[in-house]
Design a protein around this ligand. Structure first.
Ligand code: NAP
Length: 257
C-alpha cells in the first residue's frame, strides 16, 4: 500500500496534451493540487476546467520552457497559490524529425532549447519551492530514443534526451542532501497528439516493432510518475525507468515473435 499523495503540490510542464495531460489526470485523481504549464493558454485552461469538474484543485500557467523569466513567473505563481512544490514533472518536449544533412543550426538549437535547456531552466526555477517542501520528487520525461536506442531523423532530439540523463545524475547527487529525488522515465512509443501527427503509417510500423504489438498509453507513463512521486519511492534517485512494451529488448523481432 502506498501513502496517498493527496494535497501534494505537483507542477507539470507540457501538460496540455499527451503524456503531460495523462499525468495531470492521474495526479488529479490521486487528490494532488496541480499547476499545469504549457504555451497555449486556451488548452491549459480547458484542461483545468475539466479537472476542476471532477473535484481537483488546479491552475494553468502559460509559459515557454525556453524562457527563464516566464518560468520564474510561473514559480512565483505556484508560491502564491500553494507556498511550495512537492513534485515536479519536467515533461515538455518536441520531436520534429529531420535527417542530419537537413537539420539547420537554428533547428538544432531550438530542439535543444526546449528539451534540454528547458529541462534545466524548469528544474532551476522550481528548486527553491521544492527545497521548501522537504519532500521533493523530480521526474524527467526522457525517451528511449538517444538514451538507449537510435532512430534516423532524430539526432538532435536523441542528443537532448540522452543529455537529460547526464543532468539528472548530477542533479540527483546535488539534491540528495535535501531529500529531493531526481529520476527519469524513458517512454517508448506512446499514443499522444504529437505521435498521432506523425501519421498512421508511422504508428503501424512502430506497433510492429514492439513485442506487445501496440503503442503505450499516456497512463502507462503517468502511473510510473505517480509511483516515483510516492513516499515509498524516496530511496530511488538518479535512475531511469524504461516503459516501452519491451521495444528495446529484442536482438531481432523477425521470426522470434
Ligand atoms: P505532445 O503530445 O506533442 O505534447 C507536448 C506538450 O509539450 C504540449 O502540452 C505542448 O503544449 C508542450 N510544449 C511544447 N513545447 C513547449 C515549450 N517550448 N514550452 C512549454 N510547453 C511546451 O508530446 P508527447 O508525445 O506527450 O511528449 C511529451 C514528452 O514525452 C516529451 O518530452 C517527449 O520527448 C517525451 N516522449 C514522448 C514519446 C511518445 O511516444 N509520445 C516517447 C518518448 C518520449 P504547447 O504547444 O501549448 O506549449
Amino acid at each position: 500500500m502506498f501513502t496517498p499523495i493527496r494535497n501534494k503540490v505537483v507542477v507539470i510542464t507540457g501538460a496540455s496534451k499527451g503524456i503531460g495531460r495523462g499525468m495531470a489526470q492521474r495526479f488529479a485523481e490521486a487528490g494532488a493540487r496541480l499547476l499545469l504549464i504549457n504555451r497555449s493558454e486556451s488548452e491549459g485552461h480547458a484542461l483545468v476546467e475539466e479537472l476542476k469538474q471532477s473535484g481537483a484543485e488546479a491552475y494553468a500557467y502559460s509559459a515557454d520552457v525556453r524562457s527563464d523569466q516566464a518560468l520564474a513567473q510561473a514559480a512565483a505563481f505556484a508560491e502564491q497559490q500553494y507556498g511550495q512544490v512537492d513534485i515536479l514533472c519536467v515533461n515538455a518536449g518536441i520531436y520534429p524529425a529531420k535527417r542530419l544533412e537537413e537539420i539547420t543550426s537554428e533547428e538544432w538549437d531550438y530542439v535543444n532549447e526546449v528539451n534540454l535547456k528547458g529541462s534545466f531552466l524548469t528544474l532551476q526555477a522550481f528548486l527553491p519551492l521544492l527545497k521548501k517542501a522537504e519532500y521533493g520528487r523530480v521526474i524527467l520525461t526522457s525517451s528511449i530514443t538517444g538514451a538507449v536506442t537510435g532512430f534516423p531523423g532524430w539526432s538532435h532530439y536523441g542528443a537532448t534526451k540522452a543529455g537529460q540523463l547526464g543532468m539528472m545524475r548530477c542533479a540527483a547527487l546535488e539534491l540528495a542532501p535535501h531529500q529531493i529525488t531526481v529520476n527519469a522515465i524513458l517512454p517508448g512509443n506512446i499514443i499522444t497528439e504529437g505521435v498521432i501527427a506523425m501519421g498512421q503509417d508511422h504508428i503501424d510500423k512502430m506497433a510492429q516493432s514492439i513485442p506487445v504489438k501496440k503503442l503505450g498509453t499516456v497512463f502507462d507513463i503517468a502511473n510510473a510518475a505517480l509511483f516515483l512521486s510516492s513516499k515509498e519511492a524516496g530511496f530511488i534517485t538518479g535512475q531511469t525507468l524504461v516503459i516501452d512494451g519491451g521495444q528495446v529488448l529484442p536482438e531481432c523481432l523477425e521470426g522470434i515473435l
